[in-house]
Design a protein around this ligand. Structure first.
Ligand code: TRP
Length: 331
């Protein structure tokens, strides 16, 4: 069994793109690994949320990930700020993290450019906190998306540096968790790109969306004036609807509309109506789970308490050893 750690940013709701991307793989991953999933609430302080927003976002993410299939019987799910040992490791790693290398990180440079009014030390040391998150459990693997590859490289650097500096073989050097067969990319409804890529109101369908909301979003999806030649190649907005349909609907449904398209008699309104109902059928069980979990504070408290217990035990063991290695010893 390999130890895998993954952090979840407490922002936004889960949409179909997230579900068929990372989420489904998390659910699979927990079957045969020692998984730690945590909600990265310390990290989110870099954006200065209000206490209400912070708590609300953490709760929301917890509920949605549980509803989507993270199973506390199989994986350890916890809130980052319940594990103070992470901060101790963060401080220790920061002593050997250099200004130059932190400043060179693209996500930091982007923040400098986009929000020059709030370039705080937390942003600069975001990669050391991330490294602490992972190596505190001596994890072998981290599932990371494209945007997090540099952060993974930094974790590896800090882990290696510690080992070298103290001449120990203490931290495993974490590697990217490979999901095997490629992730299903779900297109958005605004005619271009992945779901969630643009912030447009109607671009993404969330697992928590009510049926009326889903109908409205799908009916407003971008289309064109229709094909004019038989078997014409589908332009992106139309192909996107078909791609979504391939994931959500029965194969007969897809081939029916495909045929209609190829014979230039497609009615996008009919396609959208069918697609909306198929999406609703898929999301409804998730939405119901989300609604019931969000009312069950006792359960959420139990899950996070038990998760924190397991994670703290693992983290405390690492810290005990590191303190010894570094030279913090009792007299
Ligand atoms: N930075 C990650 C993100 O923006 C979240 C995260 C924080 C994380 N700590 C982590 C991911 C540790 C993997 C491992 O999505």
């Amino acid at each position: 069994m390999e130890t895998v750690v993954s952090g979840i940013r407490p922002t936004g709701n889960l949409h179909l793109g997230n579900y068929f991307g990372a989420m489904k793989n998390f659910v699979k991953m927990q079957e045969n690994n020692r998984c730690f999933f945590f909600i990265a609430d310390y990290h989110s302080l870099t954006t200065h949320p209000t206490p209400e927003d912070l708590h609300g976002n953490v709760r929301n993410v917890l509920v949605e990930y549980l509803a989507a299939g993270i199973d506390p019987e199989k994986a350890t799910i916890y809130i980052q700020s319940d594990i103070p040992e992470i901060l101790e490791l963060y401080l220790l790693l920061n002593m050997n993290a250099y200004l130059g290398e932190l400043e060179r990180c693209t996500s930091f440079k982007e923040k400098l450019r986009k929000q020059p009014e709030n370039v705080n030390a937390g942003l600069l040391t975001y990669p050391t906190l991330m490294a602490a998150d992972v190596i505190i459990h001596k994890a072998a693997k981290v599932p990371v998306g494209k945007d997090q590859e540099q952060n993974l490289e930094m974790m590896r650097t800090f882990a290696r540096r510690f080992n070298r500096m103290y001449k120990v073989d203490f931290f495993p050097i974490p590697q990217a968790y490979n999901f095997g067969e490629s992730l299903i990319k779900i297109p958005g409804l605004d005619g271009a790109g992945k779901m969630g890529k643009s912030e447009g109101v109607g671009n993404a369908i969330f697992l928590a969306d009510a049926p009326e909301v889903i109908r409205k979003k799908v009916m407003r999806a971008v289309t064109d004036s229709g094909p004019t030649e038989m078997n014409q190649k589908k332009p992106e907005p139309i192909q996107n609807l078909f791609t979504l349909m391939e994931v959500m609907s029965k194969p007969e449904t897809v081939s029916f509309f495909d045929e209609e398209y190829n014979h230039c008699r497609i009615r996008y309104g009919d396609l959208k109506k069918q697609l909306a109902e198929d999406v609703i059928a898929f999301t409804t069980p998730f939405r119901e789970k989300i609604l019931s979990l969000s009312e069950d504070s006792d359960y959420l408290r139990k899950v996070t308490r038990e998760g924190a217990e397991v994670a703290r035990e693992s983290a405390a063991g690492t810290i005990r050893e590191i303190r010894e290695i570094i030279g913090f010893k009792p007299f």
